[in-house]
Write a protein that binds this ligand. Structure first.
Ligand code: BGC
Length: 943
């Protein structure tokens, strides 16, 4: 019997479908495929991989149910070797048809493959001089069969053949820890070559290598000389290979780009295009090729354009443009009729302030592109050696700017979108959309804190809290894998992790160990493993993971408490003053020690996954000891914490640090009360934000979590949405309610960290969560807020599309689930005590909707806590109280005033109001009876 199950074209390593696989760095790339059209009872028992290499076909049969990151079959690939691969799968004895072919080509896998040498111009291209172009003319004697260019630079380069760009990659080679790892790219340039004369050239900009970098106002951190390495390998129809590599025969000339910097922008003098510009010989510079590495992720490219939504004159008479979305890239401008020598200038900003460009948050980044015109002919102005984070632009020097002449060009790593969420709630949808934008725009080659100011750095803490969300939304595993290699090589000898990776000081930063930031060394590999099932990332990073935990263990000493030294703590807790973002409510030693337990536990589990029982037991014991010390120092026998902060309770609950169920349930109650008495507004920073809703839900306070998530007052997740945000803000109040920019000197409007809540929307609201690494098993368990009518989440996992959609309809709860072959789901229907286990296919259920409250609360028998939880009633009670002069501002303020009275009967609320008003408040007061009726219902009166 033959099978219908068809595998997809295989994927190599984490190179996504958006990626053209050329220059593969792994000689034995692991393969993954998805299976479509599988009959309901299909279970893969074997697979066969067919490889075609140099005309030789071979097949490799493996008895295995695996389809994700399976080992490379057969011989390893040689440098430059091309391979076509396809797969078919079997269930028992029956084999399905072959799937489509995927091809890949290995890069230059050994340093000895490089015959070219790094070259640098001798007399031009100095620090403040125009960007140089390095070039070489050469002759191709016969017709070309195929050609590859391998290239990299100290600086950023844009390579062209015969005046045409080799591909649309920009800002190559991207940013790695250059001293240890410098990426090269491979390009197929067959179509750009001609028989006869050719010219290979490259414009070199400062980029990360020599531009301004970091918030300390420094530049040229890696060196003050730009350099280029290029090796063009041309195979002619007769099989001869012509190699044109960078060497001393190349020459250099100045370009029209007279200034370029990632932070400051680019200045281009178009008059120089026709001028006789200074030239210079080049020299070979002593730069080894041993640290060259192939890409593990897609390159940076223009990803699309956005039209101007509005163009207007600001109060000071400047021309402003709104692109309707805060994003990253540059402006493309078409101009004509301008005099030679006239300047056109574009400044960028994320927000407006006082109706002008709000550039203060950019700090030292000038974010300005300037052109000096060559004459009246129409030209398209577009930089390429810089990048800006902006929604608004200010254009000077173009009279009567028309919308059709200006676009925003989005630029970023060409990541594949893999995750979606939507619901019946518009504000939540916009919040999610903002998280998606903040992900895309902060993955410019490395995971950055923000994309606009003089920072844009690989802050470890930020990606550590955001990792699971990023891995759901986009195919970020390859990019993060590469970044972790940089983390490992930049890690200090003693195990400390620099706060930003790549390390700005090239290993010399001497950053003190900081919990939640340094823990990225342990948590990010674990997150990649969870999201993709990649065991190798754990093997690769284990020494780095252990080194971090060992260092912190040493800092903690015999007490096992990490309670001294520097900490960022629960960074940006909303109560921290603008100028002191680390002054959080949660005690930093509690947060730090909790991180040590968590990281030690994960290293222990990594040991188990890798079959290294010594590692598992060493770190398991350590985790137990630190946890016991944590409990002894910070937890009371009843389950209260020494730090009465939401984040403290959230880490203790979610990371399972409390020894008894009673303590856990007390902690949950306390956390819920803290949320209630903050008026259901957020009170967590970087650490607690991804955890607080899970902590509430896990301890039976789901409705409280929903109030927090649906809150629109500041601070909350939805407050920025109500203020028109189109990306996630760095601070809960980056923009204050009056529209002014937060006075803190650290105020970005595009920081993904607080957007980690999206992960909870996927898992809890839509109910789609992985329960085994790589989504091999999933839990479908929607826990919907009562105000939502429907929600759905979809994720393109390594196995294929997994989705969950629920909807309320006429008292019924409809659930639809899609699973790809290879994935098993535990589906929890509302009201059911046990999950149903289902396999691939589309499934749907309709059950009685038990997720809605069955009736209204009887406040005559409940407490003030329940009264506060009933949003509508509480609002009315508070407004009646305000009418009779109780000194409370609103329901939020009133909730916080109730903190000491939560356990009183609801009817006592009038006594509390009297107490707050310093007068007896009774039936003679007009609203007294309203409150009485609201709380006790009609026909009953207070004692
Ligand atoms: C960055 C953060 C980072 C923090 C830590 C900031 O300047 O933008 O997101 O984690 O510093 O100090």
């Amino acid at each position: 019997m033959s099978l219908t199950a068809v595998p997809s074209a295989p994927q190599f390593e984490h190179r996504t479908r958006a990626d053209r696989v050329l220059g593969l760095g792994s000689p034995a790339p692991r393969l993954s495929w998805t299976v479509t059209d599988a009959s309901p009872d299909f279970v893969q028992t074997a697979y066969e991989v067919e490889t075609t290499r140099g005309g030789q076909v071979s097949t490799h049969r493996v008895s295995s149910p695996d389809q994700v990151l399976v080992p490379w079959p057969g011989e390893t690939l040689a440098s430059r070797e091309a391979v076509s691969v396809r797969v078919r799968v079997a269930a028992g004895e029956s084999w399905g048809p072959w799937g489509p072919v995927a091809t890949a080509e290995a890069g230059l896998l050994s340093p000895s493959d490089w015959t070219a040498a790094f070259i640098s111009p001798l007399h031009i291209g100095a620090m403040d001089a125009p960007a140089p172009v390095l070039s070489r003319r050469f002759t191709i004697p016969r017709q070309v069969a195929s050609a590859r260019l391998y290239a990299t630079a100290h600086g950023i380069y844009e390579a062209s053949l015969n005046g045409r760009r080799v591909d649309d990659t920009v800002l190559a080679p991207g940013w790695t820890s250059y001293d240890h790892r410098l990426r090269y790219h491979a390009y197929d340039v067959t179509h750009l070559l001609q028989q006869g004369e050719n010219e290979l050239s490259a414009l070199i900009g400062n980029g990360w290598y020599r531009g301004w970098l970091g918030y300390l106002g420094k530049r040229a951190l890696y060196g003050d000389r730009l350099a280029m390495l290029a090796q063009l390998e041309v195979t002619l129809v007769d099989g001869t290979v012509v190699v044109v590599g960078t060497d001393e025969t190349w020459c250099a000339r100045e370009s029209e780009v007279i200034e370029d910097d990632l932070y400051n922008g680019q200045t281009t003098d178009l008059r120089r295009l026709d001028a006789d510009l200074p030239t210079s010989p080049v020299e070979v510079v002593d730069v080894g090729v041993a640290r060259l590495v192939a890409p593990e992720a897609p390159p940076i490219r223009p990803l699309g354009t956005r039209a101007a939504e509005a163009i207007w004159a600001s109060p000071s008479g400047r021309t402003l443009v709104d692109f309707g979305q805060n994003a990253v890239g540059w402006v493309r401008l078409r101009v004509r009729g301008l005099a030679a020598g006239q300047e056109v200038r574009v400044r960028h900003a994320e927000v407006l302030e006082d109706d002008e460009l709000g550039t203060r948050p950019l700090r030292a980044a000038r974010a300005t592109d300037t052109w000096v015109m060559a004459g009246p002919d129409e030209v398209v102005l577009e930089p390429s050696l810089t990048i800006h984070g902006f929604r608004y632009a200010e254009v000077t020097g173009v009279p009567l700017l028309r919308a059709e002449d200006i676009d925003m060009v989005l630029v970023g790593t060409d990541l594949e979108r893999t995750g979606w969420f939507s619901s019946s709630h518009d504000l939540i949808n916009r919040l999610h959309e903002n998280v998606v934008w903040s992900t895309l725009t902060n993955f410019v080659d490395i995971p950055t804190d923000c994309p606009q100011r003089d920072e844009r750095l690989g802050w470890t803490g930020d990606i550590q809290v955001f990792g699971p969300t990023a891995l759901y939304l986009y195919g970020t595993a390859g990019l993060l894998t590469t970044w972790l290699s940089d983390l490992a090589v930049d890690q200090y000898e003693d195990g400390r992790v620099p706060h930003v990776v790549p390390d700005l000081e090239r290993g010399g930063s001497n950053d003190p160990a900081a919990a939640a930031w340094g823990d990225a060394a342990v948590l990010v590999p674990w997150q990649i493993y969870q999201a993709t099932g990649d065991v190798e990332i754990l093997r690769r990073q284990l020494p780095s993971m252990r080194a971090w935990v060992d260092h912190v263990t040493h800092l903690a000493g015999p007490s096992r408490l990490w309670d001294s030294g520097f900490q960022f703590g629960d960074w940006l807790d909303p109560t921290a003053p603008p100028e002191s973002p680390g002054e959080a409510k949660a005690a930093s030693e509690l947060v730090a020690t909790a991180h040590l337990v968590r990281s030690a536990r994960i290293v222990a589990r990594t040991g188990e996954v890798l079959g290294q029982s010594d590692v598992a037991s060493q770190y398991g014991t350590l985790a137990d000891e630190v946890q016991a010390a944590f409990v002894a120092a910070y937890v009371t026998p009843s389950g209260r914490l020494m730090s009465e902060a939401q984040t403290a309770y959230a880490v203790a609950i979610v990371w399972d640090l409390l020894p008894t169920p009673e303590q856990r349930s007390m902690a949950g109650r306390r956390l819920a009360d803290l949320v209630r008495t903050s008026g259901f507004r957020i009170a967590t920073g970087f650490v607690g934000t991804p955890l607080v809703c899970d902590a509430l839900a896990a301890t039976g306070h789901l409705a409280v979590a929903h109030r927090l998530v649906l809150q629109t007052q500041c601070p909350s997740w939805l407050y920025p949405v109500t203020m028109g945000a189109t990306t996630v803000w760095e601070r809960w109040d980056s923009m204050l309610p009056d529209g002014s920019i937060n006075p803190g000197e650290m105020t970005s409007f595009n920081h993904y960290a607080l957007g980690a809540i999206a992960d909870w929307l996927h898992r809890s609201v839509a109910g789609l969560a992985p329960s085994e690494p790589g989504w091999r098993r999933v839990t479908i368990k929607p826990q919907p807020p009562i105000t939502l009518a429907w929600a759905e989440a979809r994720h393109e996992s390594s196995y294929g599309l997994v989705s969950s959609r629920w909807e309320r309809s006429g008292g019924q709860f409809l659930l639809e689930v899609t699973l790809p072959a290879g994935v098993t789901a535990d589906v929890w229907l509302p009201g059911h005590r046990e999950p149903m286990v289902v396999h691939h296919g589309r499934h749907s259920w309709s059950v009685v909707d038990t997720t809605l409250p069955s009736g209204s609360t009887d406040f005559s028998t409940s407490g003030i806590r329940a009264l506060i939880d009933d949003e509508a009633t509480w609002r009315e009670v508070v407004s009646a109280a305000i009418d009779v002069g109780v000194p409370i501002r609103d329901d939020i303020h009133a909730s916080s005033m109730m903190a000491p009275f939560l356990d009183l009967p609801a009817a006592d609320v009038v006594d509390v109001f009297s107490l707050l008003s310093h007068r007896r408040f009774g039936p003679e007061d007009s609203s007294y009876r309203d409150i009485q009726e609201l709380v006790l219902g009609p026909d009953r009166s207070f004692r």
